[in-house]
Design a protein around this ligand. Structure first.
Ligand code: SF4
Length: 314
């Protein structure tokens, strides 16, 4: 019996961004330089496949610094950390390697600069996400005001609306964030906005690619971790564009064959922390069940590269 036909539209760009590439390379170079174990505070990036691969090479993932011996090498994840973490690591004489994405570090620097200039700083982001925890932790507790949605932007009270600025989490929905920013600008016309968008190039490009493809697809599959902010946003963007259905899965094996019923064209992308091998695994699974045609549709190309910390770049 012949297999049903399935067209797979692969969104480009997708998958690893420069910040994730750099974070993984930092762990690998640290293992080469110091030998295992090297300690990594939190998941280096939000992807089980990546974390398990590094664990097999000798990385030990910890939640808090006191789970590692004093003096040991410790790597901070790509999401960034509150200032209290490097301070605690210094007290424990640990060898610190910072894998914070440089685009997250820029947000940290901006938040501190705005506060130094006497402004009240607003952070647009999702409570509890490690990046937000890290950015809030750049200033003493309670000094940065977190705004998660439009309703909170409408309800926000500030003492001095003429000395106000905002920064954002790097992995938000471009469209949702614009709505929040529009509310803030309407309510506080003198608010100081970032000169360039804090939502990073990788998040922006991956969302743009999904937007371009979603309307041509009966369904959209995003490969990524359930706790990955940028991956969740990709699934939301596909749904918001009117694509019949969208789903976020970590691995091809999770895909319920029933979910694909009636789907002739499926869009596929991967979050910034999901490796390409997981996309190829999904295509291989499709090929077992369907007569597959794969089309790559790229809205732009990326050549961003971030250098390693000096301690590892030699
Ligand atoms: S998603 Fe953006 S901010 Fe996050 S690591 Fe990648 S490039 Fe950096």
């Amino acid at each position: 019996m012949s297999k049903p036909k399935l067209t797979v539209l692969l969104a480009g760009p997708r998958g690893f961004c420069a910040g994730v590439d750099r974070a993984i390379e930092i762990v690998e170079k640290a293992l080469e330089k110091f030998g295992p174990p090297v300690y990594v505070r939190h998941e280096i990036v939000h992807n089980k496949y990546v974390v398990e691969g590094l664990r097999a090479k000798g990385a030990v993932f910890i939640e808090e610094l006191d789970e590692a011996p004093e003096g040991a090498p410790v790597i901070f994840s790509a999401h960034g950390v509150p200032k209290s973490v490097p301070e605690a690591a210094a007290r424990r004489n640990m060898i610190q390697l910072d894998a914070t994405c440089p685009l997250v570090t820029k947000v940290h620097v901006d938040a501190r600069r705005h506060r130094k200039q006497g402004q009240t700083v607003i952070l647009i982001g999702h409570a509890g996400h490690p990046e937000v925890v890290g950015t809030l932790g750049q200033l003493p507790a309670g000094e940065i005001k977190l705004v998660e949605n439009r309703a909170q932007a409408e309800a926000l009270r500030v003492d001095d609306p003429d000395h106000l600025s905002f920064v954002t989490q790097t992995t938000l929905s471009v469209d949702d964030t614009k709505e929040i920013v529009d509310v803030l600008k309407r309510r506080f016309p003198n608010i100081d906005a970032p000169r360039t968008e804090d939502i990073c190039y990788a998040t922006t490009n991956r969302q743009a690619a999904v937007k371009t493809l979603a309307r041509q697809c009966d369904a959209f599959i995003v490969l990524g971790a359930p706790n990955s902010s940028n991956s969740n946003r990709l699934a939301e963007v596909a749904a918001a564009q009117g694509c019949g259905k969208s789903i976020l899965i970590e691995r091809a094996a999770e895909l319920d064959p029933g979910w694909m019923e009636g789907v002739a064209t499926v869009g596929v992308t991967a979050g910034a922390s999901a490796p390409e091998i997981l996309v190829q695994e999904l295509i291989a699974l499709f090929e077992q069940r369907y007569d597959v045609t794969v089309r790559e549709v790229a809205v732009t190309t990326e050549d961003m590269h971030f250098s390693l910390p000096r301690a590892l770049s030699a």
